[in-house]
Design a protein around this ligand. Structure first.
Ligand code: SAM
Ligand code: MG
Length: 215
């Protein structure tokens, strides 16, 4: 039987990357996806914007919505200060199984909590289940029509506080018009667009960074 794309991405990691070296895992995935098979990782170009936001925020608790193969999880986790962690949500069990192995290969499993399930089901349980007060950084990269409802759910659950940074991928391609309209027009957010390109292509895409200013 034919392997899946995530399985082939994992194979590329196992062939090309060094255990315990997150940068080599990132490089192996980017190389495979640029030259062999496109995949929906944030990718190297937008990834460097993600890196600078993570470094600037220096978060203790990060929430990632949409793990896929764990590419962006590894990017984020490798930059976290000691004691910090990223909780990443993925509702496809096959993708979650691959991501677990990619994260393990990177040696970052102590900084990552991979949660299998749908964002809308898990967000209300974050405080109780993980003892989180609020998130310092939220990376939104799951299905695009969920960005807005999940942001409102995070607000209702008290998981967004003054200074929380939301970073949303693919705001142009495939696009998240209702979310963009919300963060750009709400007086509670200071929002900024980072122009870039869709992963591994020349098509315009970008990240929207929105800082919550408080109630
Ligand atoms: N962040 C990843 C990266 O850059 O390497 C890519 C994530 S991919 C674009 C989106 C993922 O979100 C898919 O694996 C999909 O199964 C998952 N997903 C979509 N909607 C979700 C939801 N509501 N809850 C949990 N996972 C979801
Ligand atoms: Mg994306």
């Amino acid at each position: 039987t034919r392997t899946s794309r995530p399985q082939r991405i994992l194979k590329a990691v196992q062939r090309k990357a060094t255990v315990g070296d997150p940068q080599s895992v990132i490089t192996a995935i980017d190389h495979f996806c640029r030259h062999r098979e496109w995949a929906m990782n944030v990718g190297d170009e937008k990834g460097s914007i993600l890196d600078s936001v993570v470094s600037e925020v220096s978060p203790v608790t990060v929430l990632e919505l949409g793990t896929y193969c764990g590419y962006s999880t590894v990017r984020i986790a490798r930059l976290l200060p000691p004691g910090a962690c990223v909780i990443t949500l993925e509702f496809n069990p096959d993708y979650a199984a691959i991501a677990r192995q990619v994260i393990k290969w990177s040696g970052l499993e102590d900084k990552v909590q991979l949660v299998e399930g749908a964002s809308g089901d898990w967000i209300p349980w974050m405080k109780e289940h993980f003892g989180v007060q609020a998130f310092d950084l939220v990376f939104l990269d799951h299905w695009k029509e969920r960005y807005l409802p999940d942001t409102k759910l995070l607000e209702e659950c008290g998981l967004i506080q003054k200074g929380t940074v939301l970073l949303a991928d693919n705001v142009i391609c495939p696009g998240t018009p209702d979310y963009l309209e919300y963060v750009r027009n709400s007086p509670r957010y200071n929002s900024h667009y980072y122009r870039s390109h869709l992963e591994y292509t020349k098509a315009e895409d970008g990240l929207e960074k929105s800082v919550f200013l408080g109630y």
